[in-house]
Write a protein that binds this ligand. Structure first.
Ligand code: ZN
Ligand code: ZN
Ligand code: ZN
Length: 372
């Protein structure tokens, strides 16, 4: 399918999903939802840009500041069926957007629309019920098509190549920040468009799951959590964690605890197939960790969906009874965190296939001992 045909089909399906959910229109401002629907990557600024997509199947209109129209030219192609409605400073773009709809009763606004524009649209659509568009658009976005899966596979292979090079960067005597800077460079070298995040959690910092990097000097015997990723040029993200040890681990409990973690991660991946619920995958990892007595040290959900955003639906968390379907892609990333001492996490991105699971990350899962 041409990209125009792909986006045309997404617009049609989004309009139909909006109608099913009882909305008259979707109002989508720049961000990953807009990129998903029409392939446009503009930023969200103080001037309103907004795709107005009527749920009745009539033509979509991109409300856009005249000075930014050029950036959206690729969207205004024959076959996509998106028109532009430009405005200039001094005009009210929210009124322009509202005027494109005939007697709307209920509209949905994209989740990450700045409050500045949410309030503008609220005034311009006084009396119209407004709700979040996320629940509508996620029904499309969490079921990846073949080209999205190909991009995620490419991203996974690219981040695997960075992990494979870790001995170049990660050594005793260097700070986490120094190591992180080198990794960020390698993330770009291996095919990403942006080094979106680099977590280097050494020693006690590894026990803080979202630690980024610091001036702490890495020591012999440290366990180090490396969680890295970013988008490839098509916009789809990688996100992979491996845990390393600088020489033999200093703490005697590392090997045994890590073996439990590795077993938990493998059990969760093995449980992935169509029809199993998201919370079943969380439970598969959590049960292994809890049965070994480490339940209180696994302090986050098992995973998150991934695509144009690093974190998106479906969330792999207790309470999410969503049945998994082919095309759903998400992380499986249990961790065990020993406060003040060390932490470990193993993270792969996987996709549900017709009869099971495919992992986009394929570096070894064992604790990787460097510098021996
Ligand atoms: Zn995270
Ligand atoms: Zn991660
Ligand atoms: Zn993740």
């Amino acid at each position: 399918m041409s990209s125009t045909a792909v986006f045309r089909s997404r617009l049609d399906r989004a309009a139909a999903a909006a109608a099913d959910a009882g909305f008259d229109a979707l109002l989508v401002t720049p961000g990953s939802d807009l990129r998903y629907l029409i392939g446009a990557q503009g930023g969200s600024f103080e001037r309103l840009t907004c795709l107005v997509l009527p749920a009745d199947g009539s033509a979509a209109t991109l409300v856009v500041p005249k000075l930014e129209l050029l950036g959206y030219e690729s969207v205004l192609v024959d076959g996509l069926g998106v028109e532009a409605a430009t405005w200039v400073d001094g005009e009210n773009p929210a009124k322009l957007a509202a005027g494109l709809l005939r007697n709307p009763k209920r509209v949905a606004v994209s989740d990450f629309t700045p409050a500045l524009h949410v309030f503008g649209l609220r005034d311009a659509l006084a009396g119209v019920d407004q709700a979040l568009a996320g629940p509508v658009i996620r029904e499309l976005r969490m079921r990846k098509d073949d080209s999205e899966i190909a991009s995620l596979r490419e991203a996974g292979a690219a981040i695997d190549r960075v992990h494979a090079r870790m001995a170049e960067f990660l050594r005793a005597g260097r700070t986490e920040n120094e190591v992180a800077a080198d990794i960020a460079e390698a993330i770009l070298e291996e095919g990403h468009a942006v080094a979106e995040f680099v977590i280097v959690g050494s020693g006690p910092n590894g026990a803080s799951p979202h630690h980024s990097a610091s001036d702490r000097v890495i020591e012999q015997g440290d366990v180090v959590v490396i969680d890295i990723g970013g988008p490839v040029p098509a916009g789809y993200n990688s996100d992979s964690t491996r845990t390393y040890s600088i020489g033999a681990p200093r703490d005697a409990d590392v090997a045994g605890t890590y073996a439990v973690l590795q077993q938990a991660q493998a059990a969760a991946v093995a449980a992935v197939r169509p029809g199993v619920t998201a919370q079943d995958i969380d439970l598969a990892a959590r049960k292994v960790i809890a049965d070994a007595g480490f339940g209180q040290f696994f302090i986050h959900r098992t995973g998150h969906g991934i695509g144009l955003d690093v974190h998106e639906e479906p969330y792999i968390v207790d309470g999410n009874d969503l049945p998994l379907e082919p095309g759903m892609a998400f992380s499986v990333e249990p961790g065990i965190y020993q406060p003040g001492r060390w932490g470990a996490r193993i993270e792969d991105i996987v996709v549900v296939t017709e009869d099971g699971v495919e992992s986009f990350n394929n570096q070894p899962h064992e604790l990787v001992v460097l510098g021996e």
